[in-house]
Design a protein around this ligand. Sequence first.
Ligand code: FAD
Length: 536
Amino acid sequence: MNKIFEIPMYAYERSKDQDAITPVRHPVVVIGAGPIGLGVAIDLAQHDVPVVVLDDNDKVSFGSRAICFAKRPLEILDRLGCGAPMVEKGVKWNVGKVFNDEDETYRFDLLEEGGHKNPAFINLQQYYLEEYMVNRLRGLQAEGKPIELRGMNKVDAVGQHDDHVTLEVTTPDGPYVIEADWLIACDGANSATRRMLGLDFEGRVFEDNFLIADVIMEADFPTERWFWFNPPFNRGQSALLHKQPDNVWRIDLQLGWDIDREREMKHENIIPRLHAMLGDDAKFELEWVSIYTFQCRRMEAFRAGRTLFAGDAAHQVSPFGARGANSGLQDTDNLAWKLKLVLDGKVPDALMDTYSVERVYGADENIMNSTRSTDFITPKSEISRTFRDAVLSLAKRHEFARPLVNSGRLSVPCTYDGSSLNGPDTPELPSALRPGSVAADAPTKGGWLLDRLGDSFQLLAIGLDAETGLGACGIEIETIALAADESPELAARYLGGAKGAIYLMRPDQHVAARWTSYDKTAILDALKTATAQGKN
Ligand SMILES: Cc1cc2nc3c(=O)[nH]c(=O)nc-3n(C[C@H](O)[C@H](O)[C@H](O)COP(=O)(O)OP(=O)(O)OC[C@H]3O[C@@H](n4cnc5c(N)ncnc54)[C@H](O)[C@@H]3O)c2cc1C
């Protein structure tokens, strides 16, 4: 059995701050070394922003929590230097099957089109992701980047001031105080920071229980996502089966609301449930079992003065659709470049308000999708159940009913439609890449497009001439010149029928603005808009 979560990855070490006479001020302190805290810290360190991460533990997550990682977070993790080991270790899958009772209702393929570096999804235990992130952090330290991870440092109190935040931290050597120009709270669903600052967290709690079992077994099921409505081995409920690396299989069995949790968690009750699903002769070992309920909720705003909230601390969704860690990484992607510009004094701190606005918009989209899946899987009334069952039986024979089946619409990145950072658009270009949307990958002669993007503002000049060395207010724009016929995927995704296009890309690889001809003044205006400085 894998014991990775028993090894201290960032054992406690006394820091100089604990011996300082007056509290030491850091530009950024992050609370929490989960995937989101580590992600934002790595991103900031890559931008040369000094960052200290505090965690009350010294190990990666216990048990396997997240397992499904979608294409967009893999692209973000690529930019953070952790994507390659994930894709190498993870189980790649595109195909999902939905069963109703014993019948296969239909199958779907998440990524039918080629021309993307990353797969639609991989399955990988969260503890591996966290291990790769800690390794990456160590690699950055070895390169001399300003990043520190302090294990067994529990934040007990947070005080907000106009221009900084004060943190009281408890360690095995006793308490100390530090200060931060900016605090990023990534302290998870039960965020103590949220509570300490007296902030709200509103939404729905779903009345249901799910038994999660990660079992180790040799099995020759295909690497597909299998979801059952009302299967013979879990009547009236749902079930999910997913393969992870190391011959670990994630089994998710819906139990209903009115259960005796203690009884359900007993080994002698779990094993027969698993045999009913896997067969009487199945040989398996349990790696991890838990029962969970869930909420769909978010904070009203993800910024409170000099404190920014990200990941589960800011929002929670049901696991259907794999939106927790996946959307948290999209928070960090949005946050890091903005904070870098604010800390460098290049833009007003109002840019951080747009972090909250854009990611609240993303969280609402996730909560809506997650709530819809949950309502379909667990109908709340007899009429909803009748509708659900009718859809399931029609879907087997009729194509039109399939889009109505919702066993967890899988995580896709949010397009920031209506964001104040969006600049001009033109209807001649494909609407999928309108301002606010995330760049689509495509092969280019210089390698995958997304490997060439990111970390700074960039101008994609496709089939059109553009100047190099553009910039304003100390913010530089790097120009990437591409031929219109560089690859059919690039032409289809970025040009549609147009002969050429200019795309201004944000450092988080979202489209800021685009045109079908080169106009320097318009580009510089769009740069100001994209950094919350208005036009001229
Ligand atoms: C059963 C299950 C299945 C899931 N499946 C998926 C999936 O397939 N895909 C997906 O994307 N998501 C999934 N998720 C969600 C995913 O696990 C979370 O969204 C993710 O862990 C959130 O990361 P985080 O960094 O925000 O918080 P956490 O991972 O909770 O990390 C918070 C960190 O803060 C530390 N901390 C807390 N308080 C303090 C303090 N006072 N001082 C110092 N440190 C502190 C904690 O020790 C912890 O290390 C699943 C979750 C569950 C439970």
